[in-house]
Design a protein around this ligand. Structure first.
Ligand code: ADP
Ligand code: MG
Length: 687
């Protein structure tokens, strides 16, 4: 049971004043479903604005407050897709465009009637020859109210939310933040001079405050370490079952290739673990294309040989399907029954599946998290394979997987090469097998950097590529740290490229209905569609060997690891593959370095280390929304700086008070609940 003191924090966001059904969706989109989430929705940055009397006084990129009078509303030819522009004039006749994408256009139209002076706060940019402000933070009729606030938090938004709205919800939420008992080790707490939890959350929203931010990050790291240690302790306590394969099923495999040394070594390591009674907790780390699936198949066949079932958990529906198809084909000669279960299976089909599982007719089940719902019962589950896309939450899934009395063995797979210093943070004390050798015959991917300004040439080159019968990916830029505008940009690019290539083009992005997304992916995978346009949501693991060209717009905005992952979508067949990184005009030093590293190396492990090196605290652009960030609050810098202490602290606490019953132990339980690591607490009870 959740401690009472936390109840106000776990109230639904909808209980706050001014939140109706209309706001529920955009809030949910950002994961802000409860008061707690809003409190932890820390500002991405703070802006300090300058009030100016006319636009001549400000430079490009500057945050300003200025009075403007709209002169014209200009809708795009493509309504609904944007952009919608309001042309407006300052006091001395300078013209500025105020630009909106998507549904924000309606807000803009309403707030900026022609002929009426308004105070506009936002970032002054340039669009072609014109000055522009995209999605202003505030539009007011008078210069007081919000306009008076020169330093202001900037929050991540989703479509339907504005800065002032989020700020007011955060403020309300903060007023509900209780005092909580201190869970940080007293020595540490004093040495650092950190504020209490309650003070820290308040300070963190007020202005840049390193101590407050560090404290909150430390909390998250401590909660994570503690939960991982609880999982580990629990799995040590629980009995698993030793799985002894006789090789009979594996002998029937008829693979068209020889396994690499790294694959064989990993299988041997896994086989050794499975023979132990203690449940395996192993991470299979291997770059994109390293061949993790075959290793997983071997592991699952060992379980089958031992008379047990195996399950493979994929992060998305698309990936689950793809794994299912691959495994079914590969395992066909072995005569094992492979089935697919996703959230979409309904009625008879679902019942049939569930029956097959209970009765043990299904040997290998592939699916999304649906495979661990309470209603799903296995006859005898011996092994769980987790194909992990997002690093965050692995441990939780491990705990999930271990619901039964006898813990199944667990193999987690990740395509993201994680720097050694971070493995501990993400995966706790798991054993690691590394696939550090690519299958033979892989050709290096030619990586080129090309200025975005030569987009036309790029389009022509893509045209030639498609005409030759090959396929290609086109990854759209992250325009701002804001999903709305990113999708607007993707839609615009889709419209433009469709004009060139007609219905050979399909698009996937996060806001499409899953059915449409799947259908589009399927058209691309089957070769019907030749060009796939995507935001960064291209599913990791999507495997279309005949796609041999990848274009990434504004590549400098992506993290190194992310670029590497994206590039890994090509170079999967025997054909020569290319990756073109389009770079914007304003290239930071870090951006430049990133592109150079990606161009020069294809070693995921190396790039991951470089990525960590390059990302100072400030350069986290885009990592959060891409799901790449491991933690919600701690950034990479903080992880590196604070994790060792947090981990040591957690260990010490576990050694002294493994049941978390002391005063500080009780506080630590609150911490676990606060970060929803309460499955960790539940494990305590099991033991
Ligand atoms: P990932 O590690 O990214 O999941 P996959 O398991 O999807 O990689 O493998 C990528 C491709 O390489 C697949 O088409 C697979 O059949 C092939 N493959 C895997 N192992 C080998 C090997 N040892 N030799 C040749 N091809 C292989
Ligand atoms: Mg894979």
């Amino acid at each position: 049971m959740r401690p009472d003191v936390l109840n106000p924090l776990f109230a639904e966001s909808q209980t706050l004043d001014g939140v109706g059904p209309k706001l529920a969706k955009p809030l949910e989109k950002l994961g802000l479903t409860r008061v707690r989430d809003l409190i932890y929705h820390l500002p991405e940055r703070f802006v300090t604005r300058r009030a100016i009397t006319n636009l001549d006084e400000a430079g490009e990129g500057e945050q300003v407050i200025v009075a403007l009078t709209p002169t014209e509303h200009r809708s795009s030819r493509n309504p609904g897709r944007g952009p919608f522009r309001v042309l407006a004039q300052d006091d001395i006749g300078n013209i500025c465009a105020i630009t909106y994408f998507g549904r924000a256009s309606y807000t803009g139209k309403k707030q900026l009637p022609v002929g009426e002076k308004r105070w506009v706060a936002g970032r002054l940019d340039r669009y072609g020859d014109m000055l522009q402000i995209v999605h202003p933070d505030h539009v007011e009729e008078t210069s007081d109210a919000n306009m008076g606030r020169m330093t202001e938090a900037v929050y991540r938004l989703s479509e339907g939310l504005t800065q002032p709205r989020v700020a007011s919800l955060v403020e309300q939420s903060l007023s509900k933040a209780p005092e909580l008992p201190e869970w940080i080790e007293p020595g540490q707490f004093e040495r650092e001079g950190w504020p209490s939890w309650q003070e820290a959350v308040k300070e963190a929203h007020k202005g840049p405050n390193e101590a407050a931010r560090n404290r909150l990050a430390y909390d998250e790291l401590l909660a994570n370490s503690l939960a991982l240690l609880l999982v580990k302790a629990d799995s040590r306590r629980r009995k698993g079952q030793a799985l002894q394969g006789d090789g009979s099923l594996r002998a029937k495999l008829d693979l068209p290739f020889e396994m690499t040394g790294a694959q064989k070594r990993s299988v041997t390591e896994i086989e050794g673990d499975l023979q132990q009674e203690a449940p395996m907790l192993r991470l299979l780390q291997g770059d994109v294309g390293a061949g993790k699936t075959v290793v997983a198949l071997h592991a699952m066949l060992i379980a089958n040989e031992a008379g047990k079932q195996a399950a493979l958990l994929a992060p998305t529906e698309i990936l689950a399907r793809q794994h299912y198809e691959t495994l079914r084909k590969m395992a066909a000669p072995c005569g094992v029954e492979v089935a697919l279960l996703t959230g979409r299976a309904k009625g008879r089909e679902r019942e049939g599946l569930l029956m097959g599982l209970i009765q043990g007719e299904i040997d290998i089940l592939v699916g999304t998290h649906a495979i661990f719902q309470d209603s799903v019962t296995y006859k005898d589950l011996g092994l769980v394979v987790i194909d992990e896309q997002h690093r965050f939450g692995v441990a939780q899934r491990l705990a999930l997987a271990g619901k039964g009395k006898r813990a199944p063995h667990t193999l987690a797979m990740t395509a993201t090469p994680i720097p050694r210093s971070l493995t501990l943070a993400q995966y706790g004390e798991m054993d690691v097998s590394r696939l550090d050798e690519l299958p033979p015959g892989r050709q290096a991917i030619d990586t080129l950097v090309f200025p975005q300004s030569r987009l036309d040439e790029m389009v022509a080159a893509v045209g030639r590529h498609l005409a030759s019968g090959s396929q290609a990916y086109w990854v759209c830029p992250m325009v701002r740290e804001n999903e709305v505008t990113d999708i607007a940009a993707a839609e615009a690019r889709y419209a433009a490229l469709s004009e060139h290539f007609g219905d050979a083009v399909v698009m996937v992005h996060g806001q499409l209905h899953p059915d449409i997304k799947d259908a589009n992916m399927a058209r691309f995978a089957s070769g019907q569609a030749k060009l796939l346009i995507a935001t960064t949501v291209i599913e990791v693991g999507v495997d279309v060997p005949s796609a041999t060209l990848m274009v990434i717009e504004q590549a400098e905005r992506f993290g190194l690891a992310q670029l590497h992952q994206l590039r890994g979508r090509v170079g999967r067949g025997s054909e020569k593959s290319r990756c073109v990184l389009l770079r914007g005009d304003e290239l930071s030093e870090t951006g430049k370095k990133r592109l150079t590293y990606v161009k020069e190396s294809q070693d995921g492990f190396l790039l991951a280390e470089k990525d960590l090196e390059l990302r100072g605290g400030g350069e986290l652009l885009g990592t959060r929304q891409s799901g790449e960030a491991a933690f919600r609050i701690a950034d990479l810098d903080q992880v590196q700086k604070l994790l060792p202490a947090a981990h040591a602290d957690a260990r010490l606490l576990m050694e002294r008070d493994g049941g978390l019953t002391s005063k500080r132990g009780e506080a630590a339980r609150i911490l676990l609940y606060l970060f929803e690591r309460d499955w960790g607490v539940q494990l305590l009870r099991g033991g």
